[in-house]
Design a protein around this ligand. Structure first.
Ligand code: SF4
Ligand code: SF4
Length: 381
């Protein structure tokens, strides 16, 4: 049975975070079970894009600093890394580290920031969807990986946590190729489980002190949850984290795909340690509006052919609000099927080409892209 520890943590005051984190980790076992002295330990954060820590789109720097301190105490060498959305260049990394507060904690606490933007091809014969991947070289060079996720909603996958965070080992714009090859949510989720099973993080930690609800993963609202969670299993960690905020597990495709492989997908398969999950639960956590189960899904079933047909015809789609658009072209650059063209400095989508991956909404720095359902769905809400 997988173990998940959960500790109450009310805010990001550094000593409080360190205490909650180290208590949570000590419940899982001695640090020597996870890392040994001299190991180069990659801290795989969620650094989606240039966002301030208080916007709750990225792993909070004080959580990362606390993990780095724990690694150093165990004799390891922590390295902060991620491949954010967009270009994977040293310049892009520098901007993200600065905006997300990583540069600040790295300077304050003498933690290494990764600037190696090399990529390597790796084989993964056990992969169900893909047998080889291009991954960031820093992942391959690490002796151990600690996966430090942020608990958020997501326009495509509904929930993003530990398993989805590992998609960030795929360099920059290569991620778009995965969206193109795996257009269906089921296939995309299988691919996420493949990547997670390739990376096999030594530990996974969830920053759920303040998560993101609503239109996540970047345009939602920060929501205090008040907990730090940890587990050796990213699958078990997602099961407990999603339960903490009341997102039904049967609606999270990565959890369902993990279930098919006999991986943890149910609270009954988890040994809970630390503070009481029930007492920390959030009962009104908002999911993206377009992900709410409506009349069509209730009547015909979410996975039925007729639901999928109606969804394709009338389902959610990106809508651009031009008044906030600064014409930066990030949406155009990151659209996997190149369905977006710029017309007079503003993006226009060819909906016949759109695969509804919502990368545009995820990466728009102005939060001017909304995922909207058609009148049909809104009428029957
Ligand atoms: S990413 Fe956002 S701000 Fe930039 S061009 Fe697209 S809609 Fe406009
Ligand atoms: S327009 Fe947006 S949602 Fe559609 S394919 Fe492009 S990035 Fe994905």
């Amino acid at each position: 049975m997988d173990q998940v520890s959960i500790m109450k943590c009310d805010d990001y005051e550094p000593e409080q975070v360190y205490k909650a984190l180290t208590t949570s980790l000590s419940l899982l076992g001695d640090s020597s079970q996870f890392i040994r002295p001299g190991m180069r330990v990659l801290l795989k954060c969620n650094l989606l894009m240039r966002k301030k820590p208080e916007e709750a789109a990225t792993t909070h720097p004080e959580i990362v600093a606390a993990v780095a301190r724990w690694v150093k105490t165990a004799g390891g060498i922590p390295v902060i890394a991620d491949s954010p959305g967009g270009l994977y260049t040293e310049r892009a990394l520098r901007g993200v580290y600065r905006a997300c507060g990583m540069e600040f904690v790295a300077t304050r606490d003498d933690i290494e920031l990764n600037y190696n933007v090399e990529e390597v091809e790796v084989s993964h014969h056990e992969g169900k969807t893909i047998k080889s991947h291009t991954v960031t070289k820093v992942v391959e060079e690490a002796d151990a990986i600690i996966n430090i996720a942020k608990l958020k909603t997501h326009g495509m996958t509904l929930y993003t946590g530990a398993v989805k965070n590992l998609f960030g080992v795929i360099p920059g714009t290569t991620k778009a190729e995965y969206h193109l090859r795996m257009k269906k949510l089921e296939d995309f989720s299988d691919m996420l489980v493949d990547i997670s099973s390739y990376v096999k993080p030594n530990l996974s930690i969830m920053d759920a002190v303040v998560g993101m609800e609503g239109q996540g993963p970047s345009a939602g609202e920060p929501r205090k949850i008040g907990a730090i969670l940890a587990s050796a299993s990213p699958y078990a960690l997602d099961v407990v984290s999603a339960s903490l905020v009341g997102i039904p597990l049967d609606r999270i495709c990565t959890i369902q795909r993990a279930n098919e492989r006999g991986l943890c997908s149910d609270l009954n398969n988890v040994e809970l340690l630390g503070d009481c999950l029930e007492e920390l639960k959030i009962h009104d956590f908002k999911i993206p509006f377009h992900k709410k189960v409506g009349f069509i899904e209730q009547y015909f079933g979410g996975d039925s052919t007729i639901s999928q047909f109606i969804n394709n015809k009338f389902g959610p789609r990106p809508v651009f609000h031009y008044e906030g658009c600064i014409g930066c072209r990030d949406c155009e650059r990151n659209c996997p099927p190149k369905a977006i063209t710029m017309v007079e400095g503003k993006p226009v989508v060819d909906m016949k080409e759109c695969i509804r991956c919502y990368c545009c909404q995820e990466l728009c720095p102005q939060e001017t892209i909304e995922i909207k359902r058609s009148w049909l769905f809104q009428t029957f809400k």
